[in-house]
Design a protein around this ligand. Structure first.
Ligand SMILES: C[S@@+](CC[C@H](N)C(=O)[O-])C[C@H]1O[C@@H](n2cnc3c(N)ncnc32)[C@H](O)[C@@H]1O
Length: 349
């Protein structure tokens, strides 16, 4: 029997991280067209709208139905003719823009991860602080919940997910305990059950961190194919940014930040095609501009901002030819025949 609360004592509003810093970095032309690929509760979007001219435009995206509903109706509605919201992943940026008749944009913002309303809703199953069904999907209209994954996957697959996406040393022990419990006819179905099982399998404790933190992060990243979606969103963005347009990405853990950093570095180098070494070099399409962390005052006021890293890059005027370098996450997992990219591909098909 779980002793965890089934609801937060006071539901938190989402406190936007790096609010002014992100909007300052993104906005280069008040008449421009911008995309907020992670609307959440619209903290960045609302400030950006307040700084756009009547000719400016903001196209917002979120894969969470509740975020889209918050933008489209009720007291939180964004009632502004310059604004539209789309329920999909930012990996589909190109399709969203095509549906709006937009060929190029002046900036893209991605504020990755989950919002406080997602974490604080026990029925979404993101947090082991409250007991609820182990779901963890940002888009509850499709895909497989974390509980369904744990109910069908083999020990090796579960262990790889927890190791690769949670950087958890005890991944194998946790996977063994999960499978043993399932084979005993009692699969883990709730966040409370998962937290208890992980606490029993993890032999050491990290100061200030619940033993289930890494496993929950891993399952969330896997269920939402977060790293693959990020790579696809970044790849799609460069060809859609006008010269001098900005790409602004806020990450909350090292796996995400590594992808953003590697992507910007790769796009910031001139490329020589090894198959045609005498062909002209491909000019680089991005220029890295900044890496910004929240101030001490922001971290004090909003501890969730502690792990945030914001990277800013600017589109050069180089023609739109992608560098001939394979993406790291997708390639690594496809080569190993693992589940995440295959799932992500299946889901989008
Ligand atoms: C940290 S919150 C964004 C908060 C927002 N900037 C604000 O100020 O309110 C992240 C949001 O991005 C959404 N999200 C995460 N990955 C996504 C993806 N691949 N495509 C679209 N939305 C995504 C989540 O559903 C969540 O609502």
């Amino acid at each position: 029997m779980s002793t965890l609360p089934t609801s937060p004592t006071a539901p938190r509003q989402h406190v936007t991280v790096l609010l002014d810093e992100a909007v300052d970095a993104l906005l280069t032309d008040a008449d421009g067209t911008y995309v907020d690929g992670t609307f959440g509760r619209g903290g960045h979007a609302r400030l950006l709208l307040s700084r756009l001219s009547p000719r400016g435009r903001l196209i917002a995206i979120d894969r969470d139905v509740q975020a889209v509903e918050a933008a489209a109706s009720g007291a939180t509605r964004v009632s502004d003719p310059r604004f539209s919201i789309h329920h999909t992943s930012f990996a589909h940026l190109r399709e969203v823009l095509a549906s709006q008749g937009v060929a190029q944009i002046d900036g893209l913002l991605l504020d990755l991860g989950v919002s406080s309303p997602q974490i604080d809703s026990p029925e979404r199953g993101f947090s082991f602080r409250f007991d609820g069904p182990l779901d963890m999907r940002m888009d509850t209209t499709r895909g497989e919940s974390a509980a369904d994954f744990l109910a069908r996957a083999d020990e090796r697959h579960i262990s790889e997910v927890i190791r690769d996406y949670g950087e958890e040393r005890f991944a194998l022990q946790i996977a063994k305990a999960l499978v043993a419990r399932r084979e005993g006819g009692n699969p883990v179905r709730t966040t409370g059950e998962l937290a208890k099982l992980v606490a029993g399998a993890v032999r050491t404790r990290e100061a200030g961190q619940d033993p289930a933190t890494r496993t929950c992060q891993a399952l969330r990243i896997f269920v939402n194919a977060e790293l693959e979606e990020l790579e696809q969103g970044l790849s799609a963005s460069v060809g859609l940014l006008k010269p001098s347009a900005r790409l602004v990405v806020i990450s909350f853990h090292s796996l995400e930040d590594r992808i953003v950093k590697t992507f910007i570095a790769r796009e910031s180098k001139s490329e020589v095609d090894r198959r045609a070494p005498f062909a002209p070099e491909q000019a680089h399409r991005l220029r890295a501009i900044a890496r910004i962390k929240p101030s001490e005052a922001e971290v004090r006021a909003n501890p969730r901002s502690r792990s945030a890293v914001m990277r800013v890059a600017e589109r050069t005027d180089a023609p739109d030819v992608a560098p001939n370098v394979a993406s790291n996450v997708a390639t690594k997992h496809a080569a190993a025949g693992r589940g995440a990219p295959a799932r992500a591909t299946r889901r989008r098909a």
